[in-house]
Structures are given as C-alpha cells and as structure tokens.
Design a protein around this ligand. Structure first.
Ligand code: ADP
Ligand code: ZN
Length: 438
C-alpha cells in the first residue's frame, strides 16, 4: 500500500497507464481546439486537415506537425500565442546567439500550473513546508530562478532567492538560515564546495543540508555521485526547458532511476532525429514534447534537440509517469572530430572516474596543420603537480581511458584547482576554434 503522504498530487501522480492515456487524449483534443486561436497553428492544422476528433489515442499526436526553435524565432515575439496579450502576465526570453531570441508567454494559469509542477518535484524527493530552500541559480530571464522560487513557495518552504554567485555569501546563508535544500547547476555546486573547503566548513557537520536539486545542464551519473559524496546528501536530477515553462518538466524520484516526465502536462515522444519516426523504448533519439496543459502558448511536438531514451513506464515509487534517461546532450552539442561523433558527457564520465581529478574541465577543439585536435584541460584535486613522474603517469592513464571511450587520442593537460574559468550559470564545456576554418 502506497503512503499517500509521499505524493503532493496523488490524483495525478498515481494514475494508471489507462488513466494517463485517457487524460492525454482529452487534454490534447482541448489543446488542438485552443491552438486554433494561434494564427501559426490554425494555418498548419487547416492545411493538414487536423480536427480534435482525430485524436483517439496519445500516439495520434503523430498526426500533428512538429514545432521547431526556428518557428519560435520566425514568429518572434508573440506569433505563437494562443491567447490575447492582455491575458499574459509574464514572458521569458532566451538569448539567441544567432538571429532573434525566443519568447515564451505565460498566463496566470500557466504560472500556477508551473509552480504546482515544481512543488510536486520537490515534494517527491522528500521536501516539506518546514524545509529551507536556497535557490542558487540565476534569476531574471533564466527560468531556473523564478521557476524554483514559485515552486518552493507553493510547497510552503522558506525560500531564499540567493541567485548564483557571491559564493561566500551563499555559504553564509546555508549556515545562518539552516538551508536544508539547494538548487543549482552542478558546476556551481562544486564551486560552492571548493569554497567551503577553503573556509574549513564541512557540509556534513556544519550545515543542515539534506537534498540537492541539480540540473539545467547535462551531467554524468559520475558527476552526480561526486556531488553526493562532496556534500553527503542526495542530488536529484532536474530537467526543464524555457519553451515548456522551465524547471518542473521532469525530475528524479527517490529511486534515482531516471527522470519522471509529468505526463499530465506533456506528451513525450522519442524519435530518430533523421527520419523523425519513433524509436523503440531503450533506444536513443530526440525528445519531442507536446504541452497539454498550457494556456498562453501551447507548443505542439516541440523538437527539443535533447537526446535521451525511455527507461521505463512504471516505477517502484508508485508513479507511472514515463521515466527517461539523463540527457546525453543536445544534438547540436555533438562534436564531430575526424569523422567520430563525440558528446562532452562521454569525456566527463571518464574524467570523473579518476579521484585525482576535479569536476572542472574544458574541451578545446583546434585545427593544426589541417588536422582536427582535441585538448582536454582538467583541474586536479589533492594532487601534487610538481611531481613530474606522477603527472606524466596520470596524464598517460587519463589519455588512454579517454581514447578507449572516444576512439581518438586527445591532449590531456592537468591544471591546479581554480585555474579554469568558472561559470555561475550553465558551464561552458567546449570551445571550438575550428569554426574559424570552416
Ligand atoms: P537555453 O535553451 O538557453 O539553454 P533553457 O534553460 O531553456 O535555456 O535550457 C533548456 C535546455 O537545458 C534543455 O533543452 C537541455 O538541453 C538542458 N537541460 C536542462 N536540464 C537538464 C538536465 N537535467 N540534464 C541535461 N540537460 C538539461
Ligand atoms: Zn519513481
């Protein structure tokens, strides 16, 4: 018998597969009807002759057109809205490096539902109203700020909008306010721990921390374990994306066996990025999300470009919301070096196996004499860089392990702790100087 106190929304979290399917059909039909208010979707649906009644099972979502980031850019700023602007109360915009940025609009109902989704995630990993939640992620347009703020408040926790940066002050907040949970990008949490070490603060003895929420950027299972060992508490993977709302799209439960995507909010598909046909469970493909509970700007079959796979559709925690593997990266993160496809996360996974290495690393790609080369710089932990023999030995071992994984031999450079640039937001893991030559 499941303990109902483990669930914030038992009526939604404990649905059977048949109930999820029925709810998705009902909500997708309503979404199609609602999207007819958006000139963008009205035109597409009319051209394709799509009617809400065409949806009889969740798989019928495949009858609908895809939406891409380019569509958001082309219709910048408000072209995809399905409600008049006076019904919208907030927008978030992501900085486009090329062309127009993208804009996502929210009605009051959207903000309420978003806060509910984040609260549900945090409740799932054991947080309760008597917890103190410190949000050490960027605020402003970055949805990890306000998204977690409203969600943690909705749950009823004392919420500290610490934002990212000013690490000494972060640590003071953690100790003074009795912070029990922190949300931050993984790379910033490791920075907080470095500074704690310098200050002689032991998170196990000197803080009340019990839960970490890490996400917004790809990270390996190995890095998660590192972070858990650093702080002596569990670190749960949090997945989100501005286009869907922000954080709260998916979160790990206490089983830590994949990300539960909330299927009362989204229809999840995994497709082959080339053919756009569905791939079988267990196979890696591109994540496609359809919002079925949004008012201001629903998105149909949004191509996230994130690569992942289905792990399961049931879970010992009692939730039947689909479980997906941690993101392998975005299709555009993939590096092609001398014809070999490599994801930064593959390099991270290997580096994290060496206890002498820290979690700060940078991959640089260059073209030298017409050859593409990869340099992997990584900071060391507790390791004597003056001992030339040991440096040579470790460099050799790391190079060999990387070669076994990526089939190419990178140049490995060991650096003292604190040498590489530190991001407070999402970490920059790859610098590709080859683009100059293309
Ligand atoms: P931007 O698109 O500017 O990076 P977002 O905050 O919307 O801004 O980023 C969403 C993207 O971040 C996702 O599509 C995914 O690539 C990445 N992401 C978010 N959470 C995770 C996570 N837990 N693991 C891996 N990648 C993540
Ligand atoms: Zn679960």
């Amino acid at each position: 018998m499941l303990d109902q106190n483990e669930f914030l929304h038992p009526d939604k979290e404990c649905l059977t597969r048949e109930q999820i399917d029925a709810l998705q059909v009902e909500r997708l039909q309503a979404t199609i009807r609602h999207c007819m208010n958006s000139p963008f979707y009205k035109k597409k649906f009319e051209e394709m002759g799509i009617k809400p009644e065409d949806i009889k099972t969740p798989a019928d979502v495949r009858k609908l057109p895809f939406t891409t980031k380019q569509d958001l850019r082309d219709n910048y700023p408000f072209g995809l809205a399905s409600v008049p602007l006076d019904k919208c109360v907030r927008l978030h915009s992501s900085s486009g490096t090329t062309g127009n940025p993208t804009v996502v609009l929210h009605s009051q109902k959207d903000l309420d539902e978003w806060a509910n989704a984040v609260a549900r995630c945090l409740w799932m990993v054991g947080l309760r109203p008597n917890d103190v939640f410190q949000n050490s992620s960027g605020y402003g347009m970055f949805t990890g700020g306000l998204g977690f703020q409203y969600g943690a408040e909705r749950l009823g926790m004392l919420t500290v909008p610490a934002a990212a940066g000013n690490t000494l002050r972060q640590i003071k907040f953690i100790t003074d306010f009795g912070t029990t949970a922190i949300h931050a990008v993984p790379s910033y949490l490791t920075r907080i721990k470095e500074v704690m070490d310098q200050q002689g603060i032991d998170p196990r003895k000197d803080t009340k921390l019990k839960v970490l929420a890490i996400g917004a950027e790809p990270h390996s299972e190995e890095q998660r374990k590192r972070i858990e060992n650093m702080f002596g508490v569990k670190a749960y993977n949090s997945f989100g994306m501005s286009e869907m709302c922000g954080p709260g799209v998916a979160f790990e439960c206490k089983e830590q066996n994949g990300l539960h995507f909330w299927e009362d909010y989204y229809i999840v598909e995994i497709v082959d990025p080339e053919t756009l046909e569905p791939v079988p469970d267990g196979e890696i493909g591109e994540l496609i999300l359809t919002t079925i509970n949004r008012e201001a700007m629903p998105l149909i079959r949004y191509r996230t470009r994130d690569l992942t796979r289905v792990l399961g559709r049931t879970c010992p925690c009692g939730r039947n919301h689909i479980r997906l593997d941690r993101m392998k990266g975005r299709s555009d993160d993939m590096m092609v070096l001398r014809g070999v496809n490599i994801f930064p996360i593959q390099i991270e996974k290997i580096l994290m196996k060496f206890k002498e290495l820290s979690t700060n690393y940078l991959i640089t790609l260059t073209t030298d004499n017409d050859n593409d080369n990869m340099t992997v710089e990584v900071e060391v932990n507790d390791f004597d860089l003056n001992d030339k023999d040991k440096v040579q030995q470790l460099t050799k071992e790391v190079t060999r392990a990387l070669k076994d994984e990526i089939l190419l031999t990178p140049h490995v450079k060991l650096l003292p702790l604190g040498t590489l640039p530190q991001a407070e937001g999402k970490a920059v893991r790859v610098k590709d100087f080859r683009k100059v030559y293309q």
